[in-house]
Design a binder for this molecule. Structure first.
Ligand code: SF4
Length: 266
């Protein structure tokens, strides 16, 4: 559709027409013009203008993510006209506590890339309450495990690793990636698979200009426990002591250990 022609023919005020044309001509609009659009332009026109700007920036691309939706409460101090959701305290509202929220997130599929939180404006829950929730959520979501299907070919599995790590890099924007220095594996097949996966990580690091460093298993254990031949349980115990986080999954513990060892030594 020719948006300019559409606006010219539309029965709207000259002021709205002129502001809309400025947007289409990629000219900056002032704060007052923004307010005028917000207060006076009809919703359909606003949507068309917003979509025009979006397409200027992103073309015809649309991005999706896989997320979990958490609604901590529907109790709300407001009474927005269009809302059929909010309830007052003492009514039929719900209030999830921190444990219930964490429980829900733990049950979410492992490949989610977003925890989407939305809900009512609870009279007794302030910004500090939500900052605590976010802190706890970050603790459980940052230790991502990427699982690929064993029935798939190696190139597909590497591609899955690449795509999921790309999301992690986008989300956390790391400055450094620490890899375990490959030394000795009893199983030849394992060393080949781990090298292939590390190749994908190196590619991602190069693409995003991320510094790559290496630590040997001995260095990691030595740094964290003081003993280079410590077993996994000892490493997990020290992670808990250092960070307060209880990690019992071996792969997660290995990943946290390498990051922790790097932090301690740098
Ligand atoms: S829940 Fe949101 S939309 Fe509903 S009354 Fe509260 S602020 Fe308004």
């Amino acid at each position: 559709m020719d948006l300019l022609k559409y606006i010219d023919n539309k029965d709207i005020s000259d002021n709205i027409k002129n502001i809309s044309k400025k947007i289409i001509e990629n000219k900056r609009i002032s704060k007052d013009e923004c307010k005028t659009l917000y207060n006076e332009a009809e919703l359909g026109l606003l949507g068309m203008l917003a979509n025009f700007v979006r397409e200027q920036k992103n073309g015809k691309k649309t991005y999706y993510n896989k997320n979990i939706h958490i609604e901590p409460t529907n109790i709300c101090i407001y009474n927005c006209k269009f809302c059929s959701y909010s309830k007052k305290i003492g009514g039929e509202g719900w209030e999830l506590n921190l444990e219930q929220i964490i429980e829900k997130i733990k049950k979410a599929p492992e490949d989610i890339t977003e925890v989407h939180i939305v809900g009512g404006v609870h009279p007794f829950r302030d910004i500090y309450y939500y900052s605590e929730i976010i802190k706890e959520i970050k603790l459980i979501t940052i230790f991502l495990i990427i699982k690929t299907s064993k029935s798939k070919s190696i190139e597909i599995r590497l591609f899955q690793i690449y795509n999921q790590l790309k999301e992690v890099v986008k989300k956390y924007q790391p400055k450094t990636i620490i890899l375990e220095q490959l030394f000795f594996f009893k199983n030849q097949k394992t060393v080949i698979r781990v090298s292939q996966a590390q190749g994908v990580i190196l590619l991602l690091a190069a693409e995003n200009k991320i510094n790559v460093e290496y630590l040997t298993p001995l260095q990691i254990k030595q740094t964290i426990t003081g003993y280079g031949k410590a077993d996994k349980k000892a490493v997990q115990k020290m992670i808990k002591l250092e960070t307060g986080i209880n990690i019992t999954q071996d792969d997660q513990a290995d990943a946290v250990a390498i990051g922790l060892a790097w932090n301690i030594t740098h």
